[in-house]
Design a binder for this molecule. Structure first.
Ligand code: TXA
Ligand code: MG
Length: 308
């Protein structure tokens, strides 16, 4: 489901001009490859659902795993997520740096629901690398960024790795040489009782053991994946009396993923639509057929889990 290679990929050395160009592309809703101290990330505006859908299309991710949101500092992080004393203490000790915190997302965060895959928590990190820091400041927006490689291939620690994996799919790669750390950030969830759960081991060692089933590298391993509380019926052409129909293309439902049958638009509205369906007065949810091509593969993966 990787998007067709059709773009010209430019690799530019990290400087003020290339950062300004990267920020311009991101403001247009595009993805840009940018180094962090861990690995190169594929960054897009985390508040723009269509731009986030572009990340999945570019990587050819077969499912919508939630993404890490990058911010320039703790103040920007606190505008998005709810920090308790434990979380603030971890941020004070390890930020900027290779530690990601999973925290409750604020209702008014402005983050696209595709970023969190509809979860009530968000993974957030403040990176140390000057290129990502400069880009965050130039954009003035939180940036969602998974590793800048096609799904299933190895994480890139050099601009050449990104080019090999995503050439023709990403318009710009900022090149700042090899990543100092070279390993994805440690991910820690801070529970409401202040307990820490290690979800992904990484460069920051907090002396915690990985939670059983906590590492979420493979699609669908996330135990807390958002699932509607109601039965879900797929490939529905018409709604039955007690069903809320989520439409797509020619199937106009109570709500519609994309009336013009656009898969990127459908991806960006998917989790919002599921939440609205769950909150409706109807006992069951039906969903119109979505073609299994391009982003439709990931949409159907997610719908399949919602219906399981
Ligand atoms: O080092 C890194 O963290 C790199 C660089 C580019 O910053 N980024 C990165 O992002 O690895 P990504 O999006 O590939 O990592 C996402 C991981 C997945 O394992 C995902 O399931 C987990 O973070 N994650 C995201 N949101 C979560 C949440 N709300 N709860 C639990 N896990 C979450
Ligand atoms: Mg990755």
């Amino acid at each position: 489901m990787v998007s067709t290679p059709s773009l010209e990929t430019r690799t530019l050395p990290f400087d003020a001009a290339s950062v300004a160009e990267a920020a311009r592309l991101i403001a247009m809703g595009q993805c840009v490859a940018v180094p962090t101290e861990t690995v190169y990330g594929l960054a897009a505006d985390a508040t723009n659902g269509a731009a986030v859908a572009g990340i999945y299309a570019t990587k050819g991710r077969p499912s919508f795993n939630p993404l890490i949101v990058h911010v320039p500092d703790l103040a920007a992080a606190e505008a998005i997520a709810e920090f308790d004393d434990t979380a603030r203490d971890l941020a004070a000790r390890y930020w900027p740096g290779p530690l990601t915190l999973v925290l409750p997302v604020r209702a008014e965060s402005g983050i696209a629901s595709l970023v969190t895959a509809g979860l009530s928590t968000i993974a957030i990190r403040c990176p140390a690398h000057p290129a990502m820091q400069a880009l965050l400041k130039a954009c003035g927006k939180p940036l969602a960024a998974p590793s800048a490689n096609a799904s299933g291939s190895i994480s890139p620690t050099r601009a050449e790795h990104v080019a090999r994996s995503l050439s023709g799919r990403v318009p710009l790669i900022l090149d700042a040489g090899p990543c100092a750390v070279g390993l994805e950030s440690t991910i820690v969830a801070v529970s409401e009782d202040g307990r820490l759960r290690l979800l992904r081991p990484g460069p920051v060692d907090l002396g915690l053991a990985v939670e059983e089933g906590g590492a979420i590298e493979a699609p669908g391993q996330l135990a807390s994946h958002y699932a509607p509380s109601k039965p879900v019926r797929l490939n529905a052409g018409v709604a039955e009396a007690d069903e809320w129909l989520i439409g797509f293309g020619v199937v106009l439902g109570d709500d519609c993923l994309s009336a013009r049958g656009d898969l990127a638009e459908a991806a960006s509205s998917l989790f919002d639509a599921l939440h609205r369906a769950d909150a409706s007065d109807r006992a069951r949810i039906a969903v119109a057929p979505v073609p299994s091509e391009g982003l439709g593969v990931a949409i159907n993966d997610r719908l399949g889990r919602a219906a399981a």
